[in-house]
Design a protein around this ligand. Structure first.
Ligand code: GAP
Length: 456
């Protein structure tokens, strides 16, 4: 993990937030290559939902919502994790995570009484990760919603709190009727959204795995009540396939079934990835029943029934939810792709990303920096590609060094302009993984790369 963290910083993928001020706990910024990779992950997800399924539409709802949304959803009353404090070093910890790490089954959804009972029975096994003490306070439930004073123009900044959304799906539920009335969708249909969510997470460890500001990629699929479990199984399969298609190895993915369900849920599974610190949740797939629309109907006073145009039946649709974290997917993809290996008698770090996710698709090099005719030919190629794909021009250092720099950030192709190029209008194109070099016509570079990107 340390290697990945330092790599992400060194090569401009991820920086600690406000680093010049000493950082800001559990908040991170994505650097020049990081933002490209993150955007590619988010568009792969959006494409897999909205473009590949005729009955799924997109949405971008606001981060701020009416405070009643969070009462209706149950977040004001119950969106809380069990918090305990080490009496020796005064650090705060999530008790469910500490129990799980000690091999004891626990869940953040348990009541304070339930989890404290398990805590008492296993008190000897729980050790403070910082000072190694075994002396803790009883756990209490700590609400994770982040508050703001948006719209409060008084001096009392605690009055009428407005929340930053704790999950993006609530924006989908409250727009269910708008989407139904403004488009031609019919049940079953889905609404997909990518956006920021905020949680006052108790522990701020594990890099971008658990952050207080993060992005979710959520799709809510509205179905006939009797179809819920059938569609749930279909979505479980599709979601696992999504990660396999992004190049994650099957053996690094597994399902975790939730035994402790919230009362309205029918079934909930997590897709877990084998992160450098072990298997942990990457995405949740949930059969949520009709709880969400029922609650919003009750709290808003609006009718959120669906009238089936074929059968004239009226019902509140049930929901199958797929909920992934963009940052967690980023961390899984980088962990999977990061490779140290020996090639041509040299050690190299290479990010073996699928080409469609690579921040830079192709790098263009003039063989020698001090030969204006090579530089201008390489610039011409660079200019011809840059509006179609992300390209980098590099004339600094020997070719070997330039290859290594591109290998590290996962660039699948490097094009070198040499003296022959001036005569035969051809270049050398080198493959990041096989190291194979092909000689191709300059006029064919675009098609060559595009065909490889489609296959990737
Ligand atoms: N709407 C359902 C929901 O929000 P969740 O299990 O709380 O369910 C879904 O979150 C996904 O969001 C997780 O699987 C994870 O990928 C991501 N996620 C949740 N909390 C996160 C955090 N603090 N930092 C980064 N990603 C997080």
């Amino acid at each position: 993990m340390e290697k990945i963290i330092s790599f992400c910083k060194r090569r401009g993928f991820v920086f600690a937030s406000s680093e010049i001020y000493g950082g800001f706990a559990a908040v991170y910024d994505y650097g020049p290559y990081g933002v490209e990779l993150l955007n590619n992950i988010k568009s792969a997800w959006f494409k897999s939902m909205v473009q590949e399924n005729d009955n799924i539409v997109g949405l971008d709802s606001a981060i701020f919502m009416h405070p009643k949304v969070w009462e209706a959803s149950g977040h004001v009353g119950g969106f809380a994790d069990p918090l305990t404090e080490c009496k020796k070093c005064n650090t705060r910890h999530r008790l469910d995570t500490m129990l799980e790490e000690a091999g004891i089954s626990a869940d953040e959804k348990m009541s304070a009484e339930e989890i404290n009972k398990i805590f008492d029975d296993n008190i000897e096994k729980i050790i403070c990760p910082l000072c190694k003490s075994k002396d803790f306070t009883k756990a209490k439930k700590f609400n994770l919603l982040v508050q703001s004073n948006l719209g409060n123009l008084t001096d009392d900044r605690t009055k009428d709190p407005v929340y930053l959304r704790g999950e993006t799906c609530q924006g989908i539920y409250v727009n269910f009727k708008n989407v139904l009335d403004s488009t031609r969708v019919k049940v079953p249909f889905g609404i997909a959204q990518v956006g920021k969510a905020f949680r006052n997470e108790i522990t701020a460890r594990q890099f971008i795995f658990r952050t207080r500001e993060f992005e979710q990629m959520e799709m809510q699929y509205f179905v006939k009540p009797e179809d819920e479990m059938k569609d749930y199984e279909i979505w479980r399969e599709k979601r696992l396939q999504f990660y396999l298609d992004l190049g994650i190895k099957k053996e690094n993915l597994r399902w975790h079934k939730h035994e402790n369900l919230v009362f309205y849920a029918k079934e909930a599974y997590d897709i877990e990835y084998n992160f450098p610190f072990g298997f942990k949740e990457l995405e949740g797939v949930h059969a949520r029943g009709n709880y969400d629309l029922t609650q919003h109907s009750k709290f808003s006073g609006q009718d959120l029934d669906y009238l089936d145009p074929q059968t004239n039946e009226r019902y509140i649709p049930h929901i199958v939810e797929t909920s992934a974290g963009a940052g967690r997917t980023f961390l899984a993809i980088v962990s999977e792709a990061y490779t140290e290996e020996k090639v041509e008698d040299e050690e190299r770090v290479v990010l073996k990303l699928p080409a469609k996710l690579a921040p830079i698709k192709v790098a263009v090099f003039p063989l020698l920096k001090n030969k204006p005719e090579l530089v201008s030919k390489a610039k011409e190629i660079f200019d011809g590609l840059k509006l179609e794909m992300r390209v980098e021009f590099d004339d600094n250092g020997n070719i070997g060094k330039r290859y290594r720099r591109q290998d590290e950030i996962g660039t699948p192709f490097c094009v070198t302009v040499d003296f022959d190029s001036l005569e035969d209008e051809s270049v050398t194109i080198r493959d990041r993984d096989t190291l194979k070099q092909d000689r191709i016509k300059i006029s064919k570079i675009k098609d060559y790369i595009k065909s490889k990107l489609e296959l990737a």
